[in-house]
Write a protein of this length. Structure first.
Length: 140
């Protein structure tokens, strides 16, 4: 399958460190552990213990988390290959296509691309040159 961009170059990108991986998953499991407390229930002990374990491993022996970090990274790449084309397709067929169809239906020519045999030039003169020169001071 051919795409306009090379996914192979992106797939070899730098993954996060094991310590940052541990911190992220510690926060996730702490949120899972504490969520029932907001509704008056008890803390989820299994999620709290898992958060403590991941944090301890991440701080004191991060190399043990390397396989999990790599698996998480590869899952992200797989999801990228699925979700990115899906979202782009939804945006194109949900926004660009209806806009184009509406423009054709109402004969819209925003870019002034229609051929006019009577026109001497297609140059568009600016109306208020002084207003334009004042609207962009110190661009660089």
């Amino acid at each position: 399958m051919s795409f306009h961009e090379s996914f192979k170059e992106r797939d070899n990108g730098a993954k996060s460190s094991e310590k940052s991986f541990a911190i992220v998953f510690t926060v996730v499991f702490l949120l899972i552990a504490m969520w029932p407390v907001f509704y008056g229930n008890e803390i989820r002990l299994w999620a709290f213990l898992l958060a403590a374990l991941i944090l301890g491993l991440g701080l004191f022996y991060p190399k043990i988390l390397t396989p999990l970090n790599q698996a998480w990274y590869r899952l992200g790449i797989i999801l990228h290959h699925i979700v990115n084309p899906l979202i782009m397709g939804i945006l194109f067929f949900g926004i660009a296509t209806p806009t184009g169809l509406i423009m054709r239906l109402f004969k819209g020519d925003i870019l002034k691309q229609n051929w006019d045999r009577q026109a001497k030039t297609y140059w568009i003169e600016r109306q208020d040159r002084e207003k334009i020169s004042r609207s962009f001071p110190n661009q660089f």
